[in-house]
Design a protein around this ligand. Structure first.
Ligand code: ATP
Ligand code: MG
Length: 287
């Protein structure tokens, strides 16, 4: 892939494949005047918006700045890939967006909700209801079978048994595991475990799904199948899907690409989504 950025707002043709717009974003990150103008909705749908986000870890009395001034908009109903080398801050950023951790400075708004205004209990409730997580190591409960792992968040949510069963069965079918419902994680392959995790992440119909290197523990063929499944699920349920990786081979799969390095966004590329006249340019984040 050619990493050279285009001028902001320009569109370039790629053959074959989608059309991207791209721009360097570093020069936006420090202007609060600009970020205050960042839209929080695209059309009718609320976006995920980060403004002036910083995160520093303290290790042995030394401050380690990990996220260093991030302004970004994650489009609703798009498949966004967060790319960056090891240590660039991908997991930290996903944890901030997912409400698992809080920023030292700046704001994180997910699906129209400013996470900074929520106390810990309200944040946990918001996470459960609106954000689905998929992890590199699957994080399934080993004593529960595939069906029960998917059902678990619905039990916590208090969904009636009949509706739970309908939803779990539909999800098992959607991820191709209808015949593995009674297998425990230890009786499933890595790819099948990740399918269960994808179904579990979708169970409560979240607005945003966050996947932190979900293919890293899978062989490349299984990883590709999982990527395709996530893409399919994203399109079917029209949710935001934010997926981190350090594999630049994923570039062709994304609607939007966010390139992270040293805790800052170096480049964003967006492509036209179905129903859009043209892809929003870099100005999406500032106009
Ligand atoms: N809890 C923590 N305390 C101190 N430093 C941390 C902590 N978590 C992460 N870091 C540091 O923050 C930096 C970014 O870590 P992060 O896990 O976000 O990177 P990453 O891009 O996800 O990397 P990888 O691709 O290897 O998963 C690293 O230098 C890491 O050592
Ligand atoms: Mg990571």
């Amino acid at each position: 892939m050619d990493n050279a950025p285009d001028k902001p707002g320009t569109t370039r043709a790629r053959r074959p494949g989608p059309t991207f717009t791209s721009a360097r974003f570093t020069h936006f990150s420090m202007s609060s005047a600009l970020t205050s103008l960042m839209p929080t909705r695209i059309g009718h749908e609320p976006a995920t918006v980060l403004k002036g986000v910083h995160k520093t870890y303290r290790l042995d009395a030394v401050d380690v700045p990990v996220i260093r001034g991030i302004d970004v908009l994650v489009r609703p109903a798009a498949f966004t890939v967060l790319l960056g080398p090891s240590g660039s801050g991908k997991t930290t950023l996903l944890n901030l967006i997912g409400g698992i951790d809080r920023p030292d400075q700046g704001s994180v708004q997910v699906a129209g909700q400013d996470l900074g205004t929520l106390d810990d209990d309200a944040l946990a409730a918001f996470r459960g209801e609106h954000i689905g997580f998929i992890f590199q190591n699957f994080n399934l409960l080993p004593v529960l079978d595939a069906y029960e792992n998917i059902e678990y968040p619905l039990v916590l949510a208090g969904l009636a048994p009949r509706r739970r069963a309908q939803r779990v069965e539909r999800l098992l079918k959607a991820v191709g595991l209808a015949d593995r419902a009674r297998n425990k994680p230890g009786e499933l392959s890595g790819g099948q475990r990740q399918r269960v995790a994808i179904a579990r992440a979708l169970a409560r119909k979240p607005r945003l799904v966050i996947a932190d290197e979900p293919t890293a523990n899978l062989d490349s063929q299984t990883g590709t199948a999982i990527l395709q499944l996530m893409r399919q699920m994203q399109a079917r349920y029209r949710i935001s899907f934010l997926f981190s990786s350090h594999d630049p081979g994923l570039i062709g799969s994304a609607d939007d690409l966010i390139f992270l390095r040293d805790g800052q966004i170096r480049q964003i590329r967006r492509r036209t989504l179905p129903g859009e006249a043209s892809a929003p340019s870099s100005r999406l984040s500032t106009a």
